[in-house]
Design a protein around this ligand. Sequence first.
Ligand SMILES: [Zn+2]
Length: 105
Amino acid sequence: MKDKNRVISTCAHCEDPIYKFQGAQSTPKGPMHHSCASLTDVSDAVGVLSAALKEDEGLWESYKANIAMSFVDECARFPAKYKSKAAIHGIANTAAENFLILLTR
Ligand SMILES: [Zn+2]
């Protein structure tokens, strides 16, 4: 039991101790808690996408068109010609969901 609570390293992300029972994940920045390593993977990925969007006008326009078309498509699916504020919120949320589904498939 005592050994289970032994500190085996310090997390390169949050700088808290990593206990033996938690296990450490080896990363290029050093050992991390598994949860911290996955957080940095996601923020690294978002950083790469963000930098690419800023550098590449074509990529920026492509993302913009895909987001806009998600909204246009969802508007066209909605039966009423005149839409309430609540309906527009619903359409926007479904459009955002559809965009994310297309992005992640
Ligand atoms: Zn950590």
